[in-house]
Design a binder for this molecule. Sequence first.
Ligand SMILES: Cc1cc2nc3c(=O)[nH]c(=O)nc-3n(C[C@H](O)[C@H](O)[C@H](O)COP(=O)(O)OP(=O)(O)OC[C@H]3O[C@@H](n4cnc5c(N)ncnc54)[C@H](O)[C@@H]3O)c2cc1C
Length: 377
Amino acid sequence: MGKNILIVGGGVAGLSLSIALARQGWQPRIVEANPEWGVYGVGIILQSNALRALDSLGLAERCLEAGFPYSTTRYCDHNGVLVRERTKPNLSNERFAASTGMLRPVLHQILRDEALRLGVEVRLGVKVQSLVQEPDRVHVTLDDGTASCHDLVVGSDGLRSQIRNMVFPGHPEPLYMGQSCWRFTAARPQDITCAVMYRGAKTQAGLIPLNAQKMYLLLLVAEPGNPRMARSKLRELLAERLSGYGGLIQELAQDLPPSEAIVYSPLEPMLMPPPWHSGRVVLLGDAAHATTPHTAQGASMAFEDAVVLTESLVHVDGMQNALHSFTQRRYARCRMIIENSLQIGRWQLQAWDNRPDPNEDIVGLSTRTLELLREPI
Ligand SMILES: Cc1cc2nc3c(=O)[nH]c(=O)nc-3n(C[C@H](O)[C@H](O)[C@H](O)COP(=O)(O)OP(=O)(O)OC[C@H]3O[C@@H](n4cnc5c(N)ncnc54)[C@H](O)[C@@H]3O)c2cc1C
């Protein structure tokens, strides 16, 4: 099988794939639209299935050292009074804690450094302008005028994938599910050593440790109609949304960072129907399946995608068979994550709207979802 692979998008999915392929002796190339090649500065939770996938990229130990491993979630009321505590299931190797909080820019740096160390060629500040498929190759022209020819093109260009738009007509669009997530990073008090969730009347707050010094706050809120939030007003708008909380969350609300340091994200899941390839173009990560963060699995799915696509390309005969095998191994698992994450979000929305579902079982569904991920990929 030809090994000349172009990866469009150098985020979690694209970088992981480049590393997995380079470890097999292949020489993938990345084109990345962002000339700075950075990520926004809040945190991310890596569940232990993410660590398992990172381990096969040779990066688990580095992530564990740079992050904050923990195995418990505390559930509190809006004033920080403990209601229950759950030990999170470990999904893979006992070497890894159930979860690891880490700064997104640190994770990005680890992936970037490894890709570059392995000799992956990266071009920044460019996009694909045209893409023409023949049965055995793909001709690509970039928007700087350069042209190249590849055995496979991978669209790992995120939720609003340009490659998906170009190659998969009629694909589903990301759809706002009624909630948005507010996030910022703050100094970590000594006693925030695991995830702590605070149930507000109409919102859900959480604190996640990231390293010895830092944690991040996340706040899930119903934002009907998916309004556009003015960038310069994020601080003021977040303060309003945190006003019902007491305890530590109230203290944080009174000392919010400037608007530029607050990240506001509408939650817009999307699932591509199978297959995730058309000819010699395949989608990876959020470009194929974007979930909401309720089970903290989006990046984990991207790492797993990278491992499985590499295994398929290396071990399955023929490009079409390899790409077919990739979707077959990934589709049901990614769909399960999206459906269960959405169910948790819907339960929250119903409770905030004073119509709680009598069958609501957020902790139970989160635990069952994580346990299903214990299965090998
Ligand atoms: C609020 C929120 C919280 C989350 N929390 C977690 C969590 O705790 N744990 C977890 O596992 N997941 C979490 N996720 C999900 C996770 O962030 C994503 O699933 C993950 O970033 C997907 O990686 P990706 O590489 O597919 O896409 P991205 O990270 O979006 O990377 C895409 C890359 O492609 C580039 N690009 C875009 N367009 C083009 C183009 N046309 N040409 C070239 N390059 C392009 C971008 O610049 C970027 O570098 C969260 C998501 C949200 C919204």
